[in-house]
Design a protein around this ligand. Structure first.
Ligand code: PBG
Length: 326
């Protein structure tokens, strides 16, 4: 059968029919809200390249947790900006580090109602801005693993529910799993930034987190944009090392990688709708060139349709009222 007896428009006639047959829908509970916490400030500081986004002092992080829950978002992802950076990234695994303190505050206030995810990386804590220990201009893989393990353990001690390693060191998931298990944290899942591409889309984040490398770039550890097969290998290795959840990042320019991950693996997949993707939408919206709500809904639906079970979008803070089809 074909036209005129077949008419696909029959199921699109009214809003009720459209929503009845909608296959992919965004739930606020599938979103993770990223928060920047700055140890050195006493009131929120706007991030110039991310309109509407702020760095918050530690004593205001609970307000952001509340905001997330009001949106129906159950989870936050914490990034810390320490007062001091050094060559060992010691702020990342300090007992009273910025993420550790913010986590304690969130857990004291919200308990199990809010899932706190800790970003496990060193770049925000290193004076040189790279994600690992540097010797003679090189980022040392194996020496860095120990510090990533320590960071994950100290975040777990502070109460994080999930650790999310983003440093792109080989073997980091195994090192973190072993470090957590040794300290009795065998219940803490690992959300691995498995397929993390070296990307220009991280620019605004690096302004927000003050983590731009002082020399060189991250191309020797983050992935090259043209490689889909390598993403499958990265993901497979991370799953074998014990990753509970895997991530593809950035999401929008890498939707095919999310689709490949979905087709090949049976673990929850996260798509990170990164800072540059947020800033592009904001800039165009501020110029009146696009309708922000329509575009954000479409972007999130696209990331989910590609295969992401969860999404990390900077729009998580204001998305709930938008998630109605237009
Ligand atoms: C830390 C980290 C980065 C992002 C998340 N974790 C920056 C980077 O790798 O340079 C980027 C997130 C974003 O752009 O929204 N390594």
């Amino acid at each position: 059968m074909s036209f005129p007896s077949v008419r696909l428009r029959r199921l699109r006639r009214t809003e009720a029919l459209r929503s009845m047959f909608s296959q992919v829908n965004i739930q606020p509970s599938n979103l993770i809200y990223p928060i920047f916490i700055d140890e050195s400030i006493t009131k929120p500081v706007p991030i110039a390249s991310m309109p509407g986004y702020f760095r918050y002092p530690i004593n205001q992080v609970a307000d952001e947790g509340k905001l997330a829950l009001e949106q129906g978002v159950k989870s936050v992802l914490l990034f810390g900006i320490p007062a001091k950076k050094d060559e060992a990234g010691s702020g990342a695994y300090a007992k009273n580090g910025v993420v550790q303190k913010a986590t304690s505050k969130l857990k004291a206030q919200f308990g199990d109602n809010l899932v706190v995810v800790g970003d496990v990386c060193l770049c925000e804590y290193m004076s040189h801005g790279h994600c690992g220990i540097i010797k003679e201009g090189e980022v040392l893989n194996d020496d860095t693993l120990d510090l990533l393990g320590k960071t994950a353990v100290s975040q777990a001690e502070a109460g994080v529910d999930i650790v999310a390693p983003s440093a792109m060191m080989d073997g980091q998931v195994l090192a973190i799993r072993e470090a957590l298990d040794d300290e009795g944290f065998d219940q803490i899942p690992i959300m691995a930034y498995s397929a993390k591409y070296a990307s220009g889309f991280y620019g605004p984040f690096r302004e927000a987190a003050e983590s731009t490398p002082k020399f060189g770039n991250r191309r020797s550890y983050q992935m090259s944009q043209g490689n889909p097969q390598e993403a499958l290998r990265e993901i497979e290795l991370d799953i074998n090392e014990g990753a509970d959840i895997i991530m593809v990042k950035p999401a929008l320019a890498y939707l095919d990688i999310i689709g490949l991950a979905k087709a090949n693996f049976n673990v929850p997949i996260v798509g990170y709708n990164v800072s540059g993707e947020y800033s592009m939408v904001k800039a165009a919206a501020q110029n009146g060139w696009i309708d922000e709500k329509t575009i954000v809904t479409e972007i999130l639906t696209g990331i989910k349709r590609a295969g992401a079970d969860l999404i990390i979008p900077y729009h998580a803070r204001d998305v709930k009222s938008w998630l109605t089809p237009t």
